[in-house]
Design a binder for this molecule. Structure first.
Ligand code: ADP
Ligand code: NA
Length: 357
């Protein structure tokens, strides 16, 4: 029978913010919940692999002490949200599965450096313009091979689990296209040599909450790289913190509530947040119309209240998981690593066999 295999990864940047949650992690949770819902009849076997991609984090500027702490907080956050290892779901650290690095090497012998040089991530991470290229000494002096080849490791992450669906943010679409093209080149190479196709060609899945904006600079994405911690809500924030942050969100002095992202970015962002935390199917314009005559203060209270509701329990779970005598985190890390290695090894064996290794 058919399987629907999902793979998605997140860097170990610690406790996720509301943008990460609405834009990525809640999708993970939906896949997980579907697969454990006894009342849901699916005509395929659901399986999902969710990884804290800590090998990718080596391309960033983080000390080993911080990395260790952030990895732990990231894993605990996923568990606190209700994700955990089951027969269908695997939650694991990328660095617990050596196959990622090995497959990356193999794929790198198929990867075009021209294609990689046109991708935007290495440029944005180095604060270079989109027009930057490898002819400039400025670019190559700063560019490490690991950052340049990041998309090859990402391709290995996805292809190792033979994922058919990959929930990602918009900025990652070019990496999925790259993964698809690598998988096709690899498959056709081994097929010319008489083997069957080894890799499944994955599809990206975009979240409806594409861009939650900063509470302090609503024309920019909510991001953990923003130095102002009041610009973002963490999924483990207390009720008081959530109310205070929403109250302090930058809006405007126009009376009443309306949705107009160009002219009223702050208010419009709060409407978007309200829409997504309440999982409303209504267009933002309609949600705003119902709030037309509400005061800014009452509106913000409503938004804060709904965020608190949506994140209910996550904080308590997190604090419990982080207790030094709690062994649950350790157990989940162990189980996830074991299950992921099992799956990854079998793909890697097929890959090596198809190459005559
Ligand atoms: P950050 O921008 O805080 O560094 P990442 O780049 O690590 O976050 O993103 C992790 C995931 O969260 C990605 O899937 C990304 O698309 C999603 N994401 C990050 N920020 C936002 C946001 N402001 N709105 C919606 N999704 C977001
Ligand atoms: Na980012």
């Amino acid at each position: 029978h058919k399987t629907r295999r999902v793979f998605s990864g997140i860097q170990p940047t610690g406790v996720p913010h509301l943008g990460n949650y609405l834009g990525a992690l809640r999708q993970w949770k939906r896949f997980h919940d579907q697969s454990t819902d006894p009342n849901l009849v699916l005509d395929y076997e659901p399986q999902q692999f969710f990884s804290i991609v800590d090998l990718h984090s080596l391309t960033g500027d983080v000390s080993p002490q911080d990395r260790l702490r952030l990895r732990k907080e990231s894993f605990a956050s996923l568990l606190a949200m209700g994700l955990h290892n089951t027969a269908e779901t695997t939650v694991f650290f990328q660095s617990d599965v050596w196959c990622h690095a090995e497959l990356m090497w193999i794929l790198s012998t198929f990867a075009s450096t021209g294609y990689l040089s046109r991708m935007t991530q290495w440029k944005s991470k180095l604060n270079l313009p989109e027009s930057a290229n490898l002819d400039s000494d400025e670019a190559t002096a700063k560019l490490k091979l690991g950052l340049f080849s990041y998309p090859v490791l990402q391709a290995a992450d996805i292809l190792l689990y033979r994922a058919s669906l990959v929930p990602v943010g918009e900025d990652q679409l070019q990496h999925i296209e790259f993964t698809r093209s690598l998988a096709r080149s690899f498959n056709s190479y081994v097929q010319r040599a008489g083997s069957g196709a080894v890799f499944r060609i994955p599809w990206p899945v975009l979240s409806p909450a594409k861009r939650i904006m900063s509470l302090k600079r609503p024309t920019q994405k909510m991001s953990k790289s923003d130095p102002d911690p009041k610009s973002r809500i963490l999924i483990t924030d207390s009720k008081e913190d959530i109310y205070a942050k929403v109250k302090g969100a930058i809006t405007d002095s126009e009376p009443g509530i309306s949705f107009d992202p160009e002219r009223r970015p702050g208010v419009s962002n709060l409407i978007e947040i309200l829409k997504h935390v309440t999982e409303s199917n209504q267009p933002s314009l309609f949600i705003a119309r119902d709030l037309e005559n509400v005061s800014m203060r009452a509106f913000k209270e409503k938004v804060a209240e709904e965020i608190v509701k949506a994140l209910d329990g996550i904080r308590d779970n997190f604090l419990e998981l982080m207790q030094p005598d709690n062994s649950r985190l350790h157990d989940e890390v162990f189980q996830g690593g074991w299950k992921a290695r099992d799956k990854a090894k079998s793909t890697l064996q097929d890959v090596k066999r198809s190459l005559g290794l």
